[in-house]
Every structure is written in structure tokens, then in C-alpha cells.
Ligand binder design. Structure first.
Ligand SMILES: [Fe+2]
Ligand SMILES: [Fe+2]
Length: 283
């Protein structure tokens, strides 16, 4: 059996009872957790790649912690641009903390060292990796055994993804980040990030990457910087299921609220395949 973990991103929890963009972020997160508990409880852990809360208030972290307490597997909580570092660290034991007080840490797994980065700049929605955070990353990667692979997690993408409004608030220190990871590129099996609220996958240099829809609202697909207004959307939410073995790393994006019809490919016994019409109840 491959090693399995869960990727959740951009939960954007508000204080209890508050809706966000017409949706209930707590109910959405509860639904994701219930689905994970029911179908993915053999996963080793979950990683939540930031924007845990929308306004960074202590009550919102308490709301997040209360929801996540129902999750049957451990989790790691990371910060995004909507978060507040002190409130996050005070409210969540699942948030790692480095020696400089940033929300950064690592976890050893049977498939290498998982590295969790803090790209929060509390004065901007763009991402930041200051000299201290980059220094921590450099020393963390350097300290690992030479044959150990890495899996890296961060909230902001360190390169443009083409969704113009989000590219304007990606990681500001892309060149510096690229320089720090340069000696280790061949050992980074995958880069996971959040922030963009869209399913996007590809490669960053030769490093495979993926990101997901958030569990509340989404960002509308728009590549045209000249024509386009920056729009959010109610496209369906998702979480990711990641399977790793010695050769492959596979990411599934699961629309956990989807209620569309499921049916066997083959018609029931005795029914002519050419006459196999699904009896779809009217909604
Ligand atoms: Fe977000
Ligand atoms: Fe974000």
C-alpha cells in the first residue's frame, strides 16, 4: 500500500456562525472532515496549506481547531496571507514553530522530509520569505542526509501560474527562494501550495507541483490580465488525496460535496446494452 496523506487548503474560517461570500466555511470544513474520516482515515496525516482563517481572529482559530478536532488523523496547520501568525501559534498546537517564531517545521516520513514553510507578510496579500525564513530553509535542507528526498509545502506559489490577479500576489522573493532550493531540486519530489483556489498542476523547473480548490470559495479562471476583473466563484470545493511509493507520487482532487449521479458502466442483467437508459429522478 502506498503512503497516503491529505492536502487541504484555504479553509478561510470566520468566527462561529459567520458566512463568507454567501457560504458557511465551518460547515464546508466539517463536510470535508466527515468525508475524510469516512473514506480516507488510513491517511497518515493532513496538511492544511494556509488561509486557515479569513480575518485572523483568535475566535476563528478556535473555530478552526474545534472543527479539526473531529478529524481522525493528525494534521499540520500552515499560515497564508489571510492569517495572523501570533493568533495562529497561540490557537493551534498543530502549527509548527521555528526558532525565529515563524510557522515553519518539518516531519520525517518513510518517503522523505516534509518541509512546511511560512510565506505570510502581515502587511500584504503577496507572499514573503525573509532572510530568516530562507536561512531556516537552507539549513534545514542542508542538514538532511544526502540521499533523503523532500516534499515541500507553502501557501504562496513561488512562480506565476497565469491567473493574473493571483500572480500579482504570489511570492515576492521568487529568485531568492529559487536560489536556496537550487542545490536540492533533484531531491524535491513535489511542491504543494494553496492560495490560488484553483486546481492547477505542472512543473516548476523540473519539480512537479499541484494546488487545489479551497474548501469555501474559489477564484474564477481568468488568464487575460487586460480584459478581466478579478472574480471569485462558487465552483465546488475539493481536498486532495496523495499517494506515494518509492517510484510515484499521485495527487487526487476530490469534490467532496458532489452529489451528481453515480452508476455502473454495465447495464443490469437482462437489460439490452443499447437500451440501457438511466432512470434519473427529476431534481
Ligand atoms: Fe485563500
Ligand atoms: Fe492566500
Amino acid at each position: 500500500m502506498p503512503f497516503k496523506f491529505i492536502h487541504i487548503t484555504d479553509t478561510h474560517l470566520a468566527n462561529p456562525g459567520l458566512k463568507l461570500y454567501g457560504l458557511d466555511p465551518r460547515a464546508r470544513l466539517d463536510a470535508a472532515i466527515a468525508d475524510i474520516n469516512k473514506h480516507q482515515s488510513d491517511a497518515a496525516f493532513a496538511v492544511v496549506t494556509g488561509d486557515l482563517t479569513h480575518w485572523g481572529e483568535p475566535e476563528s482559530y478556535a473555530n478552526f481547531a474545534d472543527a479539526m478536532a473531529a478529524l481522525k488523523i493528525p494534521y499540520i496547520a500552515m499560515v497564508g496571507n489571510h492569517d495572523k501568525r501570533v493568533a495562529c501559534l497561540d490557537g493551534l498546537k498543530a502549527a509548527p514553530r521555528d526558532s525565529n517564531g515563524f510557522v515553519q517545521g518539518t516531519r520525517i516520513t518513510e518517503h522523505g522530509l516534509f518541509v512546511f514553510l511560512d510565506t505570510l507578510d502581515e502587511t500584504s496579500h503577496a507572499g514573503e520569505m525573509c532572510a530568516k525564513r530562507l536561512g531556516w530553509l537552507a539549513s534545514t535542507l542542508a542538514a538532511a542526509p544526502a540521499d533523503m528526498p523532500f516534499v515541500v509545502f507553502m501557501h504562496h506559489p513561488p512562480f506565476p501560474v497565469g491567473v493574473h490577479a493571483m500572480d500579482e500576489i504570489s511570492l515576492k522573493q521568487s529568485p531568492e527562494f529559487a536560489e536556496v532550493i537550487a542545490p536540492y531540486r533533484s531531491r524535491i519530489r513535489h511542491l504543494f501550495f494553496g492560495h490560488v483556489h484553483r486546481p492547477i498542476f505542472g512543473s516548476y523547473g523540473k519539480i512537479p507541483f499541484s494546488t487545489l480548490r479551497g474548501t469555501n470559495h474559489q477564484v474564477w479562471f481568468e488568464l487575460d490580465a487586460a480584459a478581466a476583473e478579478h472574480l471569485a466563484s462558487h465552483e465546488p470545493p475539493a481536498y486532495g488525496v496523495v499517494l506515494i511509493d518509492g517510484e510515484n507520487l499521485v495527487v487526487h482532487s476530490h469534490d467532496f460535496l458532489d452529489e451528481s449521479l453515480r452508476f455502473p458502466f454495465e447495464p443490469p442483467a437482462g437489460v439490452d446494452g443499447r437500451g440501457y437508459a438511466l432512470n434519473i429522478p427529476a431534481r
